[in-house]
Write a protein of this length. Structure first.
Length: 135
């Protein structure tokens, strides 16, 4: 019917043992319907999933020696700022994360690849420290 949309999603599981290709593919999931309504705050899990994907893309472009795209950077920065508004999910890391995210955005704006790589490495470390304690 109208207003209903079916979406096929490929899910890959990164914590499972990997096959010869180095990656295990999860089953395809059928998700219906998609709610296009915008809620003020997304589910924490959805937000984290989106950020994980964005962060991977940022790291991939840096690995290729190119600056991440503006749209990707803006989205990641917005999502990071949103993430630090959820209480009880790593509050003591939030201030440092916000500072690091600002430094990352500034470095991208300045087109300073080395600085961008440095700030992404810092964000990665903060993420690991926080996840170790809260995941």
């Amino acid at each position: 019917g109208l207003g209903t949309m079916s979406l096929k999603v490929k899910v890959s599981y990164h914590d499972m043992p990997t096959g010869p290709a180095g990656q295990v593919r999860g089953p395809e999931e059928e998700i219906t319907p998609v709610d296009w309504g915008v809620s003020p705050k997304p589910k924490y899990k959805s937000l984290k999933k989106r950020m994980k994907d964005e962060f991977k893309l940022i790291q991939a472009s840096l690995a290729a020696g190119i600056l991440p795209q503006d749209g990707l950077v803006q989205s990641f920065v917005q999502n990071s700022k949103l993430m630090t508004q959820y209480p009880g999910k790593g509050d003591e890391f939030y201030a440092r994360n916000d500072v690091a995210v600002d430094a990352f955005a500034r470095a991208v704006e300045e087109g300073d690849l080395a600085k961008v790589q440095e700030t992404v490495a810092l964000l990665d470390q903060l993420k690991k420290d926080c996840h170790q304690k809260y995941k």
